[in-house]
Write a protein that binds this ligand. Structure first.
Ligand code: AVJ
Ligand code: FE
Length: 394
């Protein structure tokens, strides 16, 4: 009984915190900016908001309680698989007022259902609050996506953005050696995603890894050394990407003549902070830097083994909550993986097109930050809050 009460309280707090964050973030954004398409890579912000409400209705009202849908057309409009992001502005999506009313109405009904749902029963969907945890994490992941959209708006200075950046990594430098040996990878905790399961023994050979993510000043040295124009540093796909990309520097960087670098961050131009982890680099940019340094990207197993060292005196730092870190590894299933509760969260993405990112960024809520969490994206994507650290053979 006591356990169930705790889970219910954790669910209510988690739902409320996620919604407060979402609404606070969108409050200063005008209606025209909510409905417009900022980039073909992103949805209109208001699509994300109603999609969050639709996902919550689907899982916490329709699947948990057998409720009927608010509007059957939403299953098409707000299904991320039916329409690519670039097509979403032409859909008959809800406007700002309607979308806010929709998500609020869903939430009220969700809290009613939650009051009497059996969180200690046998149904794996609701046991220990799993599906509630899924919906909370989903909203936070879309909040992060919306932060990427806001950063792509060159003419909108969000009033809350002063801390929307990774923390500096000053006084941490160099590499640390990690011994070979088995460790436990993945998790069977109640709220983790299917792609993190099952917890299993993994092996890595001895290796060395950076104590901190690569910083802007370190990355700048690569830029100024002509790294972007040296084909030997780029893989074939990376060099093809490089030919199509005009800027020979991370996205949002700018240089006046041969002087200092600045960057645009949430609509404001500012000096490039040297000790912050570099972010908005794609996998190819990370990979090229690593070669330039005579190193490589860590595998996701190496990364997770290091994250599990947390608390040891020699443990690398800034593993969680600074920038997402690109790894060398393609997004694949762990042995024993079982899709749950739906194939479109993870399973349909397994394969060589996606690279795994680890760690979580400053934009990632703590409920989505853990040593076992696996993010993934195309190796050409730069709008996400991604950086990296390097590794090498021991
Ligand atoms: C895990 C960040 C790749 O945004 O596509 C959101 C998370 N899944 N809605 C994504 C997600 C369904 C997903 N990523
Ligand atoms: Fe989604």
């Amino acid at each position: 009984m006591g356990v169930t009460v705790d889970v219910r309280g954790r669910v209510v707090t988690g739902l409320e915190d996620a919604r407060a964050r979402t609404l606070r973030m969108l409050a200063p954004v005008g209606d025209a900016d909510l409905v417009r398409q900022v980039s073909p890579l992103m949805s209109p912000l208001i699509w994300d908001l109603a999609h969050v409400g639709h996902y919550e209705e689907l899982w916490l009202l329709r699947n948990v309680a057998g409720a009927s849908p608010t509007d059957e057309r939403f299953d098409d409009i707000y299904d991320a698989f039916k329409h690519p992001r670039r097509d979403r502005p032409s859909l008959p999506i809800l406007g700002p007022t309607e979308a806010r009313a929709f998500v609020a109405d869903v939430r009220n009904r969700v809290l009613d259902v939650l009051a009497s749902v059996d969180l200690a029963g046998d149904d794996p969907l609701v046991r220990d609050g799993f599906v509630y945890g899924m919906v909370i994490q989903h909203e936070h992941q879309h909040d992060e996506t919306m932060l990427a959209t806001l950063q792509l708006m060159d003419d909108f200075a969000h009033p809350d953005a002063s801390d929307w950046r990774p923390g500096a990594v000053d006084s941490v430098s160099g590499m640390v050696g990690v011994d070979a040996g088995p460790f436990l990878m993945g998790s069977d905790d109640a709220w983790v995603y299917d792609n993190e399961r099952p917890r299993h023994q993994a092996e890595v050979a001895p290796f060395r890894i950076d104590r901190a993510p690569v910083t802007n000043s370190q990355y700048r040295a690569f830029v100024e050394d002509g790294g972007y124009d040296d084909a030997r540093l780029w893989g074939a796909a990376g060099w093809a990407w490089r030919q199509e990309t005009e800027s020979a520097a991370p996205q949002f960087w700018r240089r006046e003549g041969s002087g200092d670098w600045s960057r645009r961050r949430y609509g404001r131009q500012e000096d490039l902070p040297p000790d912050e982890p570099v972010q908005h680099v794609c996998w190819h940019e990370a990979d090229a830097f690593a070669r330039w340094r005579g190193a490589r990207l860590p595998t996701e197993a190496e990364w997770e083994k290091v994250a599990a060292m947390d608390g040891e005196p020699d443990a690398p730092r800034h593993m969680l909550g600074g920038v997402w870190e690109w790894t060398a590894t393609d997004f694949h299933r762990y042995s024993g993986f079982a899709s749950f509760p739906y194939r479109e969260y993870s399973e349909v993405f397994f394969g060589p097109e996606y690279k795994v990112l680890r760690g979580g960024s400053w934009a990632t809520d703590p409920s989505v930050q853990r040593a076992t969490f696996r993010n993934w994206d195309y190796p050409i994507r730069r709008q996400i809050f991604a950086g990296f650290r390097c590794a090498e053979e021991a």
